[in-house]
Design a protein around this ligand. Structure first.
Ligand code: SF4
Length: 243
């Protein structure tokens, strides 16, 4: 598909633009809000925005430089990125103009492929969304995203290469929060958490697997207490972009 523009003005706190190189997402997380939000059938067929790179070349010259979130309505390192490399080409543009501030958010360790480009962008941070420490849970809820251990390793490698990193723990899936936090803590500069208000279709899946206990406010508060205990000052509550 061809897009009309690629840097989209947003009211997300702390962010000036969102940039989504793809339409839809091949990670197919069962709780994904994007098809619901865009009124698409689930799962939507993900497509590249084939003209994303040429649009960005024009728009970085025309639009006021600011803080860009890559991405808000897709995953910039979803499976299509292996073939289309739109995210990589986009980052190369930001590496040349340098004044834009970039925040990446992904569930894929494919981000490590671009580590040299990331290092050449002065104002950049990379976040990995990690929702549980359990692979069996990840396989149910995020079937085509990277395994949890790969995501934690991605944070470790990025941080060791001098890139600012964060983890986004949301939505809370069944987990041992202390174990998860202790795995993540050494490899991040900060952590964001957000409590998801599950749609009815997701609640049904939680009931089916006997995980509906995570819907209780008490369980969520207990998780937050543990995360606060481990992360201390590194922890912020809010959306992925509120800071
Ligand atoms: S990675 Fe994000 S955009 Fe992609 S399916 Fe999962 S929740 Fe949706």
């Amino acid at each position: 598909m061809r897009a009309k523009s690629i840097l989209t003005r947003t009211k997300l706190p702390g962010i000036d633009y969102t940039l989504n190189p793809y339409f839809g997402c091949g990670h197919r997380c069962v709780y994904c809000y994007v098809p619901h939000f865009l009124k698409l059938p689930y799962p939507p067929r993900p497509e590249p925005k084939e003209n994303a790179v040429e649009l960005l070349r024009r728009e970085v010259l025309r639009k006021r430089p600011g803080h860009v979130l890559i991405s808000s309505a897709t995953d910039p390192y979803q499976p299509l990125e292996r073939r289309w490399m739109l995210t990589q080409k986009i980052l190369k543009i930001f590496a040349t103009v340098k004044i834009w501030r970039i925040t990446i958010l992904t569930k894929s360790d494919l981000v490590l492929r671009d580590i040299e480009i990331l290092k050449s962008i002065p104002k950049i941070e990379v976040g990995l969304t990690i929702t549980t420490d359990r692979e069996d849970i990840r396989r149910i809820f995020e079937p085509f995203a990277s395994p949890i251990s790969n995501r934690i390793n991605a944070l470790k490698v990025l941080k060791s290469e001098g890139i600012r990193t964060y983890a986004f723990i949301a939505p809370f899936l069944p987990m041992n929060p202390r174990r998860l936090a202790e795995l993540i803590e050494p490899h991040v500069d900060y952590v964001l958490i957000d409590v998801m208000h599950y749609r009815r279709s997701v609640s049904k899946i939680l009931v089916k697997y006997g995980f509906d206990f995570i819907l209780s406010e008490r369980w969520q508060e207990e998780v937050i207490d543990v995360l606060r205990d481990v992360f201390g000052d590194k922890l912020a509550v809010g959306s992925a972009v509120e800071r």
